[in-house]
Write a protein that binds this ligand. Structure first.
Ligand code: GYE
Length: 322
């Protein structure tokens, strides 16, 4: 009896060990490697996006190779080529600008590595060069801001002079946030864009451009239309230094709705913040898994977003996640 049970126990242990070894080996074989090329670290939005991608990869058990392009397209192209050489399973990237991607995307296609776009779009004729695009509808964001301005100034004769702080030249959010605003305001000639320049989505850039705008146009400016919160915060500093009261003398419209943007709304310095969510990591990881499993994914996955006028800022800030 004793001998039999000892033998049975030994057999059980050895089966269990073989089984455990077997599963861990196959789990390792199956681990997905994702190469991700990030734009840079230009804004609070971007920092939150990076955290979201890294933590979602960890949660999903995906091996992430992360590369920061410091806002330069050539660095992104180099990173993508290196991901191809490393034979990663999937490549994802947030393209700094819209144009110029065909050659490297064709290289990925030739290597049979699927590409997922996150956050920003590319301008390519052959849309089979990427599997899906996950991110916001920047054109709609621009229209939302435009509609808010229409409503805000509906009882004023104008002219309403707008100074625009654009994001990175050639980037999808800069192109589309500009186009969305134009769609709405060009219907009403009282709205005039009197100045427009890029502050590259950074606080320092926004401040510098606003200093120049304040010098050239001073009190003529009715609205500052900043393509993101960081530039709006920089512009606020420049206005205050120039003796202009942001939020009062000048209506400040911004995008992203980061905590910094909310704090400025609570302080009465940003009048409206159009939301743009950077928390794309979980959606990206589930798309990566689906693509590797050969499942069909939608060509466009749009983030759900809203608009926050300054009067809801105080009650909303505690629930903000970025
Ligand atoms: O609005 C800005 C960031 O591509 C949506 O990039 C993103 C933009 C975001 O630098 O803050």
């Amino acid at each position: 009896m004793r001998l039999i049970s000892r033998l049975a126990f030994a057999a059980f242990v050895s089966t269990a060990l073989t089984f455990a070894a077997g599963t861990s080996a196959s789990a390792q074989e199956k681990q997905i490697t994702l190469g991700f090329s990030q734009v840079g670290a230009e804004s609070a939005w971007r920092t939150a996006n990076t955290v979201s991608v890294k933590s979602a990869a960890k949660d999903a058990g995906i091996n992430l190779k992360f590369s920061d392009a410091q806002q330069k397209q050539e660095n992104q192209i180099r990173a993508i080529r290196s991901f191809i050489a490393q034979k990663v399973n999937v490549i994802a990237f947030s393209p700094v600008v819209e144009s110029g991607w065909e050659p490297v995307l064709n290289e990925a296609k030739a290597a049979h590595i699927p590409v997922i776009l996150t956050d920003r779009a590319v301008d390519v004729k052959d849309t089979s060069l990427y599997v899906t695009m996950i991110g916001s509808d920047f054109l709609e964001e621009g229209r939302r801001a435009g509609r808010w301005l229409e409503e805000r100034y509906k009882n004023e004769p104008g002219p309403i002079n707008i100074a625009e702080l654009q994001g990175t030249v050639g980037s999808a959010p800069a192109n589309d946030r500009h186009a969305g605003l134009m769609e709405v305001v060009k219907k009403d000639p009282k709205f005039k864009i009197i100045a427009s320049q890029s502050g590259d989505f950074t606080l320092a850039g926004g401040k510098q451009v606003m200093e120049a705008f304040a010098k050239s146009y001073g009190k003529q400016i009715n609205v500052v239309y900043a393509h993101n919160d960081d530039m709006a915060l920089g512009a606020i500093q420049a206005m205050e230094e120039a003796g202009i009261k942001p939020g009062k003398d000048v209506t400040v419209v911004s995008f992203d709705a980061t905590k910094g943007g909310f704090e400025a709304m609570i302080a009465g310095k940003i009048n409206v913040d159009v939301e743009c969510s950077p928390l794309l990591g979980p959606q990206l990881m589930s798309a990566v898994k689906d693509v590797v499993a050969g499942k069909q994914v939608p060509k466009r996955i749009v983030t759900n977003e809203t608009v926050f006028p300054m009067n809801v800022a105080a009650q909303t800030l505690p629930s903000r996640k970025y």
